[in-house]
Design a protein around this ligand. Sequence first.
Ligand code: ADE
Ligand code: ZN
Length: 319
Amino acid sequence: MTSHLKKVELHCHLEGAAPPALTEAQAQKYGIDISGQLRDGAYIWHDFASFLECYDKVSEVYKTEEDYALLTETYLDELAAINTIYSELIVSPDHGKRIGLGADAYIAGVCEGIRRAREKSGIEARLIVTGERHFGPESVIGAAEYAAKAGNPLITGFNLAGEERMGRVADYIRAFDIARDAGLGLTIHAGEVCGAFSVADALDAVRPARIGHGVRAVEDLDLVKRLADLGTVLEVCPGSNIALRVFPDFASHPLRRLKEAGVQVTISSDDPPFFHTSLEREYALAAEAFGFGDAEIDAMTRTAIEAAFVDEETRRALL
Ligand code: ADE
Ligand code: ZN
């Protein structure tokens, strides 16, 4: 039982948290045929590429500032109900642009959703703007420029997500330079679909404070030691990794091995309904599938707070 534990989430894609029932209602509202992506209350995909395709299509039923406020409020309310005090949401201004809403209105809607949820439960949230590799390097630079210039105090981080097999991290250095110069925290999806080399790439090219997933670093023990020595924090999403068949089962998932090797690990849900999971389930899995006790899980939550892209006053209040 982990329901009593305080929870923190560092890695959840906003559109990836869209409840199927809400997506269905949105699709009906706009007369969009979503039957290829959503059936019987479940999102339909069969591998990483089709997951990304499904994700991008599902995003298209969230069209207005108010749609994004509702989506954000709904997810944060869900988190608050399971004792979550802090959430970092990965947001993609490019998705706002693709539906013709524009990045400013997209972010304004998300911020309004945060405000509404915070008013009810006190949950804190920050935004990590992401570039998507499969939209190309120019769009990733555009996302970084947007995050850097937005002057929005809730935007505190920059990420690189999407198709990990497209390009190398070095192709995106300019985007990370822009984000770093603007004082944003840096994290990169690596070592999820691609192997250890991808994590090494991220360290060599950018050396972010955190890595999204990073779990395939386990294929190279020198790299595991490097992560431990650098104190790089991994945003581990075990349910996502199993659903995407990064590992065949929880018994072969390296969360415990990485932790025991001294790597800083935290627990998140990634795209919860797409992967039939939730932050609540990820915490429960930490206990039931990985055998961590309450004190160890609390320590991972503390690691997440220490690694959060947030001002020191808010961090102190969370600890
Ligand atoms: N975008 C949404 N979910 C993702 C994931 N698990 N990996 C890379 N990009 C993503
Ligand atoms: Zn992710």
